[in-house]
Design a protein around this ligand. Structure first.
Ligand code: SF4
Length: 64
């Protein structure tokens, strides 16, 4: 499993991560990021992309 963590103090809700994996990252109706904290290993490429595009470098993840 891939465990995702977003530093919500750092996240500025730019939403770039949403474009990389919209089933994992969403902006709610207040514009706040909501995300799934555990996803299967086959999503690794998408999670890496989301992590790479985040302008705040707010996303981190571990694979176990
Ligand atoms: S790309 Fe980064 S700053 Fe933007 S919503 Fe996603 S985690 Fe937050």
């Amino acid at each position: 499993m891939i465990k995702i963590e977003v530093d919500m103090d750092t996240c500025q809700s730019y939403g770039q991560c949403v474009f990389e994996a919209e089933d994992v990252f969403q902006l709610d109706d207040k514009g706040k990021l909501q995300y799934t904290k555990e996803v299967p290993d086959d999503r690794l490429a998408d999670i890496e992309s989301a992590t790479d595009v985040c302008p705040m470098q707010a996303i981190s993840f571990t694979v176990s």
